[in-house]
Structures are given as C-alpha cells and as structure tokens.
Ligand binder design. Sequence first.
Ligand code: CFM
Ligand code: HCA
Length: 530
Amino acid sequence: MNKTLERVLEKYPARVYKNRKEHIVAKESQDENAIQANTRTLPGIMTNRGCCYAGCKGVVLGPLKDAVMITHGPIGCAYYSWGTRRHKAKEEEDKKNFLEYCFCTDMQESDIVFGGEKKLIQAIKEAVEIFQPSTVLICSTCPVGLIGDDINAVAAAAQKEYGIQVLAFSCEGYKGVSQSGGHHIANNGLMKYVIGTGELVPPKYSVNILGEYNIGGDGWEISRILKKIGYHVISVMTGDGSIADLKNAHKADLNLVQCHRSINYIAEMAQTKYGTPWIKVNFIGIESTIETLRNMAKYFGDEELIQRTEQVIEEELEQIQESMEFYKEKLIGKTAALFVGGSRAHHYQLLLSDLGVETLLAGYEFAHRDDYEGREVIPSIKEDADSKNIESITVEKDEKHYRVFLTPERYEQLKKEMPLDYYSGMIKEMPDNSIIVDDLNHYETEEFLKILKPDVFFSGIKDKYVAQKAGILSRQLHSYDYSGPYAGFKGAVNFGRDVTMGLTTPTWKYSTAPWKEESLLEGTYFGGDI
Ligand code: CFM
Ligand code: HCA
C-alpha cells in the first residue's frame, strides 16, 4: 500500500481500518481506480457531511425564488439552511422573490408530543395570506418523520383550499446517506409535478442548465457567456431559478449538466420522457469552459453558431489573458488538496491546473462511485444505500411533448466526440500517485495535511479552520468565502486573485505550521493519538 495511506490508516482500530481502507485510494494506474462511496458514515467519525434535508431544502429547492418554502421542524434546521449557501437570486419585474425569508413552523416539544400538523396548516395559511405565492413547498426535518405528521395530506388539502400548488417533500435529515438523498427527493418532486407543465414556444438554441446553483453568482457568469453566443437559457436548475421557468424545461433542445452528482438522473429522465439529449459540461476553468462551449456548438452543428462561439472565446480570452498570466506566475508550482461535496473537488482541479497548481489529494463528501470512476460503473453498483428509504422514480415517453433532436447515427457519432450522456468521473483525470478520499474526516484531514503539506486546502466551513490554524491557506469551495463568481472566464480571474491574495498575505508569518516546529511534531496537537 502507498506509504502515505498506510501512515494515516495504521492508527485506526481494526474495524475502522477495514472500512476506511476501501474509501481511500492512491491512484496507481489508469485501470485500477475502484473506490467505495455513498455508504453510511461510521458512527463516531467526525464527518463533514450534511443531511438529507440540507440536500433537499438547502441545495435543490432552496434557490427557487418564486416559491414560499416552509420548513416543518425546529427553527435550527430552517435557520441553518437559510442564506448560508450563497445561492444568489435577482428579483424579476412583476415576479416574486422569497429568498430573503425563512419560513418555519418552529416545532416545540409539545408539537413533537401532540403532533405538528395543526401548526403546519396555520403556517401555510399565514404565508398564503401575507405573501400570496403561486407555489408553496413544504420540507420536513427529522422529528416530523419520527412522529408521523402527514405533510402530504396537509399539502393536498391546502392546494385545494387556496387553489395554488402546494408540494410536500419528506426529506427528514436522517434519510439516505447524506445530502445526495435530499437532492433525489427534491428532484423527483420537481420532475413529477413541475417540469412539463408549461407551454413556452422556445426560441432557437434553447438549453437548460442542470445542477448549477448560482453560488457567488456563477450561474450569472455562465448565462452571460451563453447569451452572448446566442443561446436561450429556458431554466436553471436551480440557481436564480423559478418554478415558472422549470415548468418549461421540457422545451429545451439540450440539457447541460454541470453538477452531475445532484441531478444526473433528471437529465436521464428528461431524455426518456421528452427526448432531450444531455451533455456533461464544466464551466469551472478556462480550458473546460472552452471545451464545453465548443461541444455545445458542435451539438447544434450550425456553422454560424460555431463561428460565433469561436469569436466569443477569443474576445473573452483577450479580456482575461493578462490577469490570468499574472496570477499563474504567482501560483505556478503550488500544490493543493480539495475536499468538497459531490462534484467541485473534480471541477476545481481543472481551474487549478489552468493556474499551474497541482492537486495532491481530492475527495468528495457524498459522491457516488460514478462521480469518482465514471458512468460506466453504474451497472456494477450493487446497492444504492439511498434506495432503502428514498423513492426512485421512473418515467415514460410523453407522447405530447417528446421530440427527436438527433438521428441515431448523429447521436452515435457525437457520443464519440463529446461527453453526450456521459461523465468520466474524477479519478481518470488525476495523475498517478494522487490520493483520493471519500468522506474525509477530521482526523484524516489533519494527518494528510501534515504529510502532504499542500500550499492550499479547499474545503468547507467545518474543516476550514483546522488547516488555517495549522498555517495552511484554506479557501472555501462551497461559499467561496463570500467572494465569486468563480465560473467561466471572468470567474477564473476572481479565483486566481483570491488564491494569490491568500497565499501572499503576510498573515502566514505570524502562524507556524506544527510540522515546522520540532517540539510539536512529536506532540499530540496535530493528529494526535485516536
Ligand atoms: Fe453539486 Fe453543489 Fe457540489 Fe452539491 Fe453541496 Fe454546493 Fe457542494 Mo456545498 S449541489 S454536489 S450538495 S456542486 S451545497 S452548490 S458546494 S456540498 S460540491
Ligand atoms: C450543506 C450546504 C453546504 C455547506 C458548506 C460547508 C454549502 O451541505 O448543507 O460545509 O461549508 O455549500 O453551503 O454544502
């Protein structure tokens, strides 16, 4: 076994060793890259994962600005999933934006004992009377599932009473493995009850962006580029998105999948139901953005669009070249470790490589094996741990809306030329000897940082300060530490600037990494005995 892995794993008791060994690999060759993923966290391990409710309410439904979203549960859950994720949204003329509000039934002990349905009925009434929304979404947290409040029945009754759409999502935090179970519950609901109900007549080159949540304004930068080329973005799922736009998502000519983890099955369902093909895109990184734009133009196969794409690429590059070169000069040769949700740990490696930064370690919190190893492993995944208590829906061809976009021959041809209906996963693109860790925990974070000594650690709020206090720059790839956008051309410059500023700040003079101090190296402060 790779020496670094052995050093980290050897301190574990036998049972933990056996489990974690499957989740941590050092890439050895192009063929051997199997990893264990999407399994429940070992009790007692300090994981960074979030819960099912976070994935449903916080991640997928949260950004939908024209719906009143009521958390049925204690206020802490509602507060945690409100505002912290930085999915930005703009108010549109004559349309409502409820993103600034935190709606919650504020369950108390007595509601847990005697039932919370009455409170939910009252909350919907108040929200409807005060805000007059066209849609109300209800998301339940752990106690609701435990006491058995029937949120579906409450939603159905409210829908009848107020004549608006009221949807219930049973996304209790304990369901599934982590956030990804919640994505599934949210997406299933949107597929069943929202997508496909609109009657838009789509303009030329209409696309949806799936799995783009407009963190720090990423979606705005992506849409800016696409509009400049001549695309029409029907809906974004779900950054700065709306129920109104989602209704027309079935009218697109192509679905673009940015975060495959949170939404790949919706792209598949849209293809089965409406005939809309999908490609994997990546707007993080200059090279990847260019490749994505070229793939899109090739998909449509229109000479004018292809030329316009090249013209926009050239214009955009011209604007950022000088800055990118400046930051690359400062960053070249630096090393990084990345640990983020279910797709960014891969996407950001490409932007880092544009800036000359090498990735030593990367991991996902809750990705599935296909996110690591590529879509081809899906048939060999024996059991999806989410499937125990999370509904998996199937769809059929919608005779009214189904459209054929590509002839079978063209489809097969394009499949050879671009990631049509495919993503290759993170590991294949990483160099040999890179370390890949699933569900990295706090102990492993400390140990790997001590051994690998990356210049920068990209993670989230929970693990940020472990690195920072040890004298390593830490940048948050979830929230961008209140900066952004990082996507597309202009975003790449923001990212280069932020990382350069972080590395060159004089702060580091005042903080010494423990391994640089002999006495601490022997001590217990950093990665002490477990
Ligand atoms: Fe997709 Fe996301 Fe991510 Fe994700 Fe998330 Fe997020 Fe993330 Mo935080 S949907 S998997 S559940 S890209 S909230 S916008 S940053 S962990 S890597
Ligand atoms: C979540 C949301 C989160 C948390 C970020 C973090 C986000 O999982 O509930 O831990 O820093 O992106 O806001 O992933």
